[in-house]
Design a protein around this ligand. Structure first.
Ligand code: FAD
Length: 384
């Protein structure tokens, strides 16, 4: 680092967090900084995280991603919402469909009209007024920004995709934008004696990687933020006692449902994420209330088709790092915290963290004058 300028950014981890961060930073900063990502094939990734929320479209747009190319290369399906089953009572279903409901009356929200309708005896089910819900129920989808001849919102969607293919997709995109990828296991992290800042990573094969700024995307272990810098973890398991999951894929269930399923059981819940080539399944449970063997039964008895491979156990503690940014290191992804993915929001949190980091990046100060200049010229051109 010369004169406090950040020139070399090193991202540790090549899961969804690492590659989203690499793609976001390289898209806007590749000409001004060097970005290196280190990942270990031997350690691998968590391998889950396949359901998203609509904000992913904004990320794809910002990254200049072509939607059809993205969908075919990540085996994506459309997601219109999440269906919660057996939560209120056995057999009860509720769908959190994306998008607006009904149409507001001038100065009066739709929900107020609907409540008044209930009193008058003329309202039907709330979800009758959700286009997303109706389409999801019928298994239908179209690219529809608004309902024709109205000012009402059309279908609002997100994606389910194959987590491994998604990381590969972002990796190829990032490499194309100048990111350097290094494969190998980091064996030690060297800190500056006087400041405690991270100075260098040393791999098992002896390779040394120097950086000015580090992004810890190493997953639950928090290799830099916790194992090196010693930032503790705020445990939220007294609020969210689930601490274990088993994940397995099975054959595809056709036709593909355009929504995620979240089905409650006696000590947690299970998910079903439909893809064209397979379905992702998992059971989330609290080990204080359920043995792994019983969780396995819940998982396997709920599969739509033959399982592919053996179920993989995942242990976690819900909560967050006490401080996600310390010295010259910021944690993004599972290294920064985890909430069980009931509403599929982890990837979204990675997206917002990567964008926040970009916004705070000191180099942006250099691009502002250039950007303002371009804007000014465009305005002048339009007016004259
Ligand atoms: C059960 C479960 C279900 C989930 N479902 C969803 C969902 O539906 N939707 C959603 O948005 N999110 C979901 N998530 C969260 C989502 O999976 C993660 O947010 C996402 O995958 C990001 O993971 P990550 O990149 O932080 O970590 P990881 O995928 O674990 O990646 C860590 C990376 O660090 C590397 N690494 C670690 N140590 C070293 C080392 N010493 N040397 C070199 N490299 C190293 C690894 O090789 C790997 O590349 C779920 C999580 C769990 C646990």
């Amino acid at each position: 680092m010369k004169s406090n300028r950040i020139e070399n950014v090193v991202i540790v981890g090549g899961g969804t967090a690492g590659w989203i961060t690499a793609a976001v930073l390289s898209r806007l900063l590749a000409k001004t900084i060097n970005i290196t990502l280190v990942e270990s094939d031997a350690i691998g990734t968590v391998g889950v995280g396949e359901a998203t929320i609509p904000a992913i479209l904004t990320l794809n747009k910002a990254l200049g991603i072509d939607q059809l190319d993205f969908m075919s290369k990540t085996q994506a399906t459309i997601k219109l919402g999440i269906e919660f089953e057996n939560w209120r009572a056995l057999g009860h279903r509720y769908m959190h469909a994306f998008g607006n409901l009904g149409r507001d009356y001038p100065f009066c929200g739709f929900e107020q009209l609907w409540l008044r309708g209930l009193q008058e005896g003329c309202s039907t089910d709330f979800w009758d007024y959700s286009l997303n819900y109706q389409a999801a129920k019928e298994g239908k989808f179209a690219l529809l920004d608004s309902i024709p001849k109205t000012d009402m919102q059309g279908l609002v969607y997100a994606f389910h995709f194959d987590a491994g293919l998604y990381a590969n997709y972002l990796r190829d995109l990032s490499l194309g934008m100048g990111v350097t990828r290094i494969e190998g296991k980091i064996e030690s992290v060297i800190q500056d004696d006087s400041t405690g800042f991270i100075k260098q990573l040393r791999l098992g094969n002896g390779q040394q990687i120097d950086g000015d700024f580090y992004v810890d995307c190493s997953g639950f272990r928090g290799l830099l933020i916790d194992q090196t810098l010693g930032i503790g973890y705020e445990d939220w398991s007294h609020w969210l006692p689930n601490d274990s999951a088993l994940a397995v894929q099975c054959g595809a269930a056709l036709p593909v449902r355009p929504f995620t399923q979240s089905i409650a059981h006696s000590a947690g819940w299970r998910w079903r994420i439909p893809l064209p080539h397979r379905t992702g399944n998992g059971v989330v449970y609290s080990s204080s209330f359920m043995e792994q063997e019983a969780a396995m039964d819940v998982l396997l008895s709920g599969l739509d088709a033959e399982k592919i491979g053996d179920p993989r156990p995942i242990k976690f503690t819900t909560g967050k790092r006490k401080q996600p940014w310390h010295k010259n290191c910021v944690a993004i992804g599972l290294s920064s915290g985890f909430l069980e993915p009931l509403e599929s929001t982890s990837i979204h949190m990675i997206q917002t963290a990567a964008i926040r980091l970009l916004k705070m990046f000191p180099i942006l100060g250099l691009t502002v004058p250039r950007w303002l200049n371009i804007m000014r010229k465009q305005m002048t051109k339009l007016i004259t």
